[in-house]
Write a protein that binds this ligand. Structure first.
Ligand code: HEM
Length: 405
């Protein structure tokens, strides 16, 4: 029998894909003592947990997983409460709001970062661009003072450290909880002020939103903004870095995208399948359930391995090959966020920001390719993914002919 590596081991962090294969093929349901959870890895099992047609897989795990840092958000909610709360926030992330109000925000924040290095001939696409761009976009969408963007970035860093703290480091946990207090002290007065001075920004939209007579309290809005740091920041950050890492490692596909920018959409979708930013999402069982021939008891935590499911050979041909032209993957469109992979989850909690993420990636990749027509990896550099819960390159040094003018 194969030995299944521990998901908290260094070997797994370096390259989880061989372990994912072993799990999918010969251990599709395992108990993992360190995280006290059942791990599932097959596409059909993870898809079923996300779609949850039988009301078995709840998000009650988020009460301990994210509540200490964010407070109560839509991720912890279910049923009618979730539907109403989601309807309050969702319109801001699609359609005319996205097109008319937020595309200009995306465009200028990307341009500003690129202007800082396009004349130099070298950049680190992760530290100079990807880790900053989506967080700046969120702060700017919310209508926060530019002078506060650096503090906003600091909270972002603390929040994602808290969420990725699978081994339970006490200092990281304490820093996360301090962030909740500081973030509330900062945001609540701004929210109160915005209620009296509504503008065109996301915070104003959230203050004014009303569905079936329900409105968001200041605390609700603050918690949602806190969630956006992680949900909209780290994910899109890693997606952009991974799109470039994958393309730079496949020069023929990079050349195709350079020539036909409509392919950015496919490069994004295939990156989300092949190297998703979020590798694991948890759920909690409301009753006993059979999965892949085994039994998960009621009240158990279930770790759903998106990174493994997205490379399931029963779902995709040549699953371990990065191929933006694959036929078994359709892309998110401007009208529908449905995707043929699990990187945005599925069902009730399907990523509410999927179209915003797509707009950010399209704008960002287009502008970067324009600024660096002969982009290449720095000499001798090999991109490596890092992380367990979320994964992406931590550094991506590139070279290019400096822009003139
Ligand atoms: C939910 C991934 C970008 C906001 C989710 C979930 C996943 C995900 C996997 C489901 C979590 C669960 O079911 O437990 C991603 C990825 C992104 C991305 C891979 C980028 C490539 C964004 C952006 C925003 C956003 C840009 C907004 C600014 C949210 C919110 C939820 C969510 C608010 C909760 C939805 C709900 O509970 O109904 N995302 N996300 N995400 N995402 Fe995203």
């Amino acid at each position: 029998a194969h030995q299944v590596p521990d998901i908290l081991s260094a070997e797994f962090a370096e390259n989880p894909y061989p372990a994912y294969r072993v799990m999918r093929e010969s251990a599709p349901l395992i108990w993992h003592e360190a995280t006290k959870s059942y791990i599932i890895s097959r596409y059909e099992d993870v898809e079923r947990a996300f779609k949850d047609k039988e009301s078995v897989f709840t998000t009650d795990n988020y009460d301990w997983q994210i509540e200490p840092v964010h407070g109560k958000t839509i991720l912890q909610m279910s049923g009618r409460e979730h539907a109403v709360r989601r309807a309050l926030v969702a319109p801001a992330f699609r359609g005319s709001d996205l097109r008319d109000k937020f595309l200009p925000v995306i465009d200028r924040n990307s341009r500003e970062l690129i202007d800082a290095f396009r004349h130099t001939g070298s950049a680190d696409l992760v530290t100079d661009y990807a880790t900053r761009f989506p967080v700046n976009v969120i702060a700017d969408m919310l209508g926060l003072d530019k002078a506060d963007h650096a503090r906003f970035h600091g909270w972002y860093t603390a929040v994602i450290a808290f969420l990725g703290n699978l081994s339970g480091d006490a200092e990281v946990a304490a820093a996360g909880e301090r962030t909740r207090v500081e973030f509330a002290e900062y945001m609540l007065p701004i929210i109160q002020d915005r209620r009296d001075n509504l503008g065109d920004d996301l915070l104003s939209t959230l203050c004014a939103a009303e569905v079936d007579g329900v409105r968001m309290s200041d605390e609700d809005i603050k918690a949602f903004c806190s969630l956006l740091l992680a949900a909209g920041g780290e994910t899109t950050d890693k997606a952009i870095a991974s799109v470039f890492a994958n393309l730079l490692l496949h020069p023929d596909q990079l050349a195709a995208v350079q020539q036909d920018r409509a392919l950015i959409d496919r490069a994004f979708a295939e990156t989300l399948r092949f190297t998703p930013p979020v590798h694991m999402i948890m759920r909690q069982t409301a009753k006993e359930v059979e999965v892949s021939g085994g039994t998960i008891p009621e009240g158990a935590t279930v770790t759903c391995l998106i990174g493994a499911a997205n490379r399931d050979g029963s779902r995709y041909q040549e699953p371990d090959r990065f191929n933006i032209f694959r036929e078994d993957l359709t892309t998110t469109t401007a009208f529908s966020a449905a995707a043929d992979h699990l990187a945005f989850a599925l069902g009730r909690h399907f990523c509410v920001g999927a179209l915003l993420a797509k707009a950010e990636v399209e704008t960002g990749v287009n502008q970067l390719l324009d600024a660096m027509p002969d982009i290449r990896l720095a000499d001798g550099f090999d991109p490596v993914e890092q992380g367990v819960f979320t994964r992406g390159p931590q550094t991506l040094p590139v070279r290019f002919t400096p822009a003139k003018g």
